[in-house]
Every structure is written in structure tokens, then in C-alpha cells.
Design a protein around this ligand. Structure first.
Ligand SMILES: Cc1cc2nc3c(=O)[nH]c(=O)nc-3n(C[C@H](O)[C@H](O)[C@H](O)COP(=O)(O)OP(=O)(O)OC[C@H]3O[C@@H](n4cnc5c(N)ncnc54)[C@H](O)[C@@H]3O)c2cc1C
Length: 444
């Protein structure tokens, strides 16, 4: 059996490792256009913050597993097209076009950050850092920069601002939403970020959309409807688009460029699967959503392999879980924000701000979002000094299972080690809500 996987990042590497385990006799070929693969996209920020001292420290474990396995890895090799009738792809390697045939093809070409550049000059002034090649180039450019504009105050933009603010560089942050991390946190949870941006003298432009990038008087200019914002370099922390355009006409695409797949990740062509940042995922209430994240890439890469020969394991609704470390605190969001949930349901929220817990003297800010009609858990947002990702994962699981607040109080998972400050907070939030609700309903 010939399995070809295109793209050796999280989704492709996960698929290759899984395929090696599942089909010991198969020939597995993993193809990528880059010379070096398997790097975390956060490598640039980690280097800037001196969290790592060499780029190799940002290599993901899956890459090591691929190298140690019997998998053919073709780097600096570009996937060009898929034949219309036969199970054959065309690739370009060392300037030559070749054909390879397959029994199963897994597309894992991921996404890129896109912008319609007016000129090559403005393109060269933009920093990006997804691949190691881009991160190296960004690292060199930053060393010469006096002023940088970061476009997008989401997770990537804020982590980058945090890293860059440790250097003597004037920073500006431009964001079309009214507050930072607006996709994952409700506004009141992010007030401390505004204070911190102010404290670090970072100029902010919230509620402004960059609609043109150009060069004027030797500077990069980010134009919004209100202003022209000048800098030496810009960093695009927004606008992910699936790398799928060249498959138009060969496979069915959504209007946003995502490859259409069934519940088993098979595309419109039998035997051809798509995973990672190339596809939309089933997402509670939204139906389908584009959620370009590492954990989704790994999950779908593995799942596609399980379904190659027989459609066995459908992809279930995912619960979004996003975690960042910004300005020295951990910010974790699971499920829906209050603003998102209100699009479909009447909601209740409980917010508990605990200045210091008795366990580790840390500050916690936690918000739980629930359905008003039945107390179903919809989402949670946590800001904390220490890492409570394991507990937030449990909350994500509870949301995925459709649990209500009563179930939460009865579940044994709340008997997690009490030393972690989050668990009593969660119990307090659940108890508060449960009793308040019963009081409102006249039971108490
Ligand atoms: C700066 C930054 C920080 C991020 N931080 C986080 C984070 O903290 N947590 C998180 O969950 N997500 C994060 N993300 C998102 C995350 O990187 C993506 O969701 C994830 O990398 C998707 O994995 P993938 O394997 O689907 O695709 P990609 O990582 O996009 O990889 C696709 C691969 O396919 C190759 N390829 C593309 N086209 C071709 C072709 N025609 N021929 C051959 N090869 C091709 C590319 O070279 C690439 O190696 C971040 C993204 C960026 C840019």
C-alpha cells in the first residue's frame, strides 16, 4: 500500500507516525516544500524571550519520531497537482517535475498568513515566523528595527508584543476588534492587558482595520480608515488562509478555501483525505468553524489514518481550547465566550476573582458561561499565574459531554488534587451558581 502525505508539520507528522504504527507493511512518503520542518511556530518568540538558545530546541517530538521510523521524507519538494483521473500526483524536486502514484493521499498543507501586497518592498517589510526559514529572517530584521507595528491582538500578536517589548523597540498594536483576544475572552477579562500595554508604552489602535500596506518615505505604512501608522517593519498576526488554491477544480472547496471533507476527513475524491489547517471542524452551535490550531492538526492527522481503508471513526464536535502565556500570566479559554454563546442562547455567568488562594498565593480570575435554561456548561475563561491547563482540559471535556452545573458538582473529576487553586474556585463557582439558580426558581 502506498500512502503519500503532503506537508510535514503537525498534521502531516502526526499522520505519518500513526500510519507507520497502523500499517506496518505500507510504503509511507512524507513530502514538504521546506528544507527544515517540525518547528513550533512560537520558536521566534521563544528565542526573543531567551526561553530557548538554539532553534533546534523548538523541534517537535513528532518530527523526531518520523526521522526514527521507516518513513521516506522528501524535503524541498513541492506538491503541484493531482491528476484528474488516476491516483497520481505531480511534484517538483530540484527543478524537475515528477509523478508519484498512491493508494491513499493525505493532504496536510496547512495555512499561511496572507495579504494582498501592493509591492515587493512592502512584502519585504513584513515579518512572519511560521517556518524556521521565516523565523530566521524575522530574527535578523528585528535586530535592525526601531519601530514595529504588530497587526492583530490575538494570541499570536500579543505573544509577539510581549516578546518584543523586552527590547528597545517602539511598538504599536493595531486590532480591528474593540479589545484584545476578542475571539477567546470577554472584554472585562482582558482589562489587565490594556493596563500592561500602557505600562510598557505600547501604542494601541483598537477598533481599526488595516486595509492597505505601503511604503512611504522609506517607512512601512499601515493604513486604516482613520490613520496612517508608520514603522520600520510590520508583523502580520492575523488572516490565516488554507494552502489549497491550486486544488481549485480538482477537489471541492468551501468559499473560504477550506477543503470540504466528510465526517471521516475524506475529500470529494475517494482515497484523498485532508487534515489540519486545511479543513473546518464541527463546532458546537456554529456547525462548522475554521479553528487553525496545533491540537486540531494532530487530532485530524491521526483520525484520517484510522479511516483510510474503512470509515471507522467520525470526527466529533471539538471544544475549542486556547492557552497562552502573556505578560507573565496564563490565559486559558475553553468552549464559547459569553458573547458567542449569546448568539444562540440566554446565558448566565459566574465570575470569581480571587486575589490570593490559600494554596499557592496566586491571583485567579475565572469566568464560567452557562445556559440559562438548563445550566448546561458552555465555556470557561481563566487568568492565573500558574498553569491550570489540565483542569481546564477537564472542563473542556465536561462541556463536550454536555454536562450541566448539577453534573459538575457530582462528578468525581472535581476530586482532582486540591492543591491546585483552580479546583476550589470551580467548585465555588458551580455551588454559587447552583444555589443562586435554585433561589431564583423558588426552591430555597
Ligand atoms: C506565529 C504563530 C504562532 C502560533 N501559535 C500557536 C499556538 O501557540 N498554539 C496553537 O494551537 N496554534 C498556534 N499556531 C497555529 C498553528 O501553527 C497551526 O494551526 C498548525 O501549524 C497547523 O498545522 P498543519 O500541520 O495543519 O499545517 P502547517 O503548520 O501550516 O504546515 C503545513 C506544511 O505544509 C507544507 N506545504 C504547504 N504547501 C505545500 C506544497 N504545495 N508542497 C509541499 N509542502 C507544502 C508547508 O511547508 C508546511 O510545512 C500558531 C501559528 C503561527 C503562525
Amino acid at each position: 500500500m502506498e500512502i503519500i502525505i503532503i506537508g510535514a508539520s503537525f498534521a502531516g507528522l502526526a499522520a505519518a507516525v500513526e500510519a507507520r504504527k497502523t500499517y506496518p507493511q505500507a510504503n509511507i512518503c512524507l513530502i514538504d516544500q521546506e528544507k527544515e520542518v517540525g518547528f513550533f511556530p512560537n520558536a521566534f518568540n521563544w528565542r526573543m524571550k531567551n526561553r530557548i538558545s538554539t532553534w533546534e530546541e523548538a523541534t517537535c517530538q513528532l518530527y523526531e519520531e518520523v526521522v526514527a521510523s521507516d518513513i521516506e521524507l522528501l524535503l524541498e519538494t513541492r506538491f503541484l497537482s493531482l491528476s484528474h483521473e488516476e491516483n497520481v500526483i505531480q511534484i517538483s524536486q530540484n527543478g524537475q517535475v515528477k509523478s508519484l502514484s498512491f493508494d491513499y493521499l493525505i493532504l496536510a498543507m496547512g495555512s499561511c498568513q496572507v495579504w494582498e501586497y501592493q509591492s515587493q518592498d512592502s512584502r519585504e517589510r513584513m515579518l512572519s515566523c511560521k517556518s524556521k526559514r521565516e523565523a530566521l529572517s524575522a530574527f535578523e530584521k528585528v535586530a535592525t528595527a526601531k519601530k514595529i507595528s504588530v497587526i492583530g491582538a490575538g494570541q499570536i500578536g500579543l505573544e509577539t508584543i510581549d516578546a518584543l517589548s523586552e527590547y528597545p523597540i517602539e511598538l504599536q498594536l493595531i486590532e480591528s476588534q474593540e479589545w484584545p483576544l476578542a475571539k477567546y475572552f470577554d472584554q472585562e477579562m482582558t482589562e489587565f492587558i490594556l493596563e500592561e500595554l500602557d505600562r510598557r508604552n505600547i501604542k494601541t489602535y483598537f477598533g481599526q482595520t488595516v486595509n492597505r500596506l505601503g511604503i512611504e518615505d522609506g517607512s512601512l505604512v499601515c493604513e486604516t480608515y482613520e490613520e496612517s501608522i508608520q514603522a520600520d517593519f510590520g508583523l502580520l498576526a492575523t488572516n490565516f488562509r488554507p494552502n489549497s488554491q491550486f486544488l481549485q477544480g480538482q477537489l471541492e472547496l468551501d468559499p473560504d478555501g477550506c477543503l470540504v471533507v466528510d465526517a471521516f476527513l475524506e475529500t470529494s475524491r475517494p482515497g484523498v483525505f485532508a487534515v489540519g489547517d486545511l479543513i473546518r471542524l464541527p463546532f458546537a452551535f456554529f456547525g462548522q468553524a475554521y479553528l487553525p490550531m496545533i491540537n486540531h492538526a494532530i487530532l485530524t492527522g491521526r483520525l484520517a489514518v484510522a479511516n483510510l481503508q474503512e470509515k471507522k471513526r467520525p470526527l466529533k464536535d471539538v471544544v475549542r481550547i486556547v492557552s497562552s502565556r502573556i505578560f507573565g500570566v496564563n490565559m486559558t479559554s475553553v468552549g464559547l465566550t459569553e458573547k458567542e454563546a449569546q448568539l444562540w442562547l440566554d446565558t448566565d455567568v459566574v465570575r470569581i476573582q480571587q486575589p490570593y488562594s490559600q494554596w499557592d498565593k496566586e491571583k485567579l480570575d475565572f469566568k464560567l458561561v452557562l445556559s440559562q435554561t438548563d445550566g448546561r456548561l458552555l465555556g470557561g475563561q481563566l487568568i492565573s499565574k500558574s498553569d491550570h491547563l489540565a483542569q481546564m482540559n477537564q472542563l473542556a471535556f465536561a462541556i463536550q459531554q454536555g454536562l450541566r452545573i448539577e453534573d459538575l458538582l457530582q462528578q468525581s473529576w472535581l476530586c482532582l488534587p486540591q492543591q491546585t487553586a483552580l479546583v476550589p474556585i470551580l467548585i465555588e463557582a458551580a455551588n454559587y451558581y447552583y444555589h443562586d439558580r435554585r433561589r431564583r426558581e423558588g426552591d430555597l
